[in-house]
Design a protein around this ligand. Sequence first.
Ligand code: MN
Length: 232
Amino acid sequence: MNYVIPPASQPVVPVAGSDDSFPVRRIYCVGRNYAAHAREMGSDPEREPPFFFCKPADAIVPVAPGSTMEIAYPPQTSNFHHEVELVVAIGKRGTAIAREAAKDFVWGYATGFDMTRRDLQFALRDKGRPWELGKAFDQSAPITPLVPASRCGHPTAGRVWLTVNGQLRQEGDLADLIWSVPETIAHLSQYFELFPGDLIFTGTPEGVGPVAKGDLVTGGVDGVGELSIRII
Ligand code: MN
């Protein structure tokens, strides 16, 4: 059997401190998972169940530690936003996973940016249309190397932060997630069978805002990793 066109290359996230790579299957993202961010997006965060959207696996842009990855300002937007998030990497297949067992399905953690064409997202949202044009575009998911849970544990607290040109724009704490990582895995796996290679962007704290060409955007989750991108 021959492919009639060259198959696409497998998107990967490097594993921190090794030559190994984690192959990416799907990217799930949680919307509005910090109360203050839900409010700044204009909704009431209290006890709404989590909701999810997806990015394509090839939206991933691995960013090596200590380097700055150049990201092109995307087309069809004039309101390109940063969102810094804890990312969970799934290492084991499962469906309808119990919250108490969810940690067993986690391979590791990274810090990622859920880059967003906010003007398109809001226009789509207000018309009740899907979010892909606002969220699922090329290079919309820069990410640090993955840290195995065997090394960093399962963080339940820690600063989540982002600066633009050295100025603090986002600051929150994993302890303030509305839906914790185990709860998120439990909810998501009610709807999708999770597989090794799936990533979950867990949501961003308050302070999202626009970036411009030339901006240096640096963000991190304490104990997991940090990354820098330059908008060009
Ligand atoms: Mn997000």
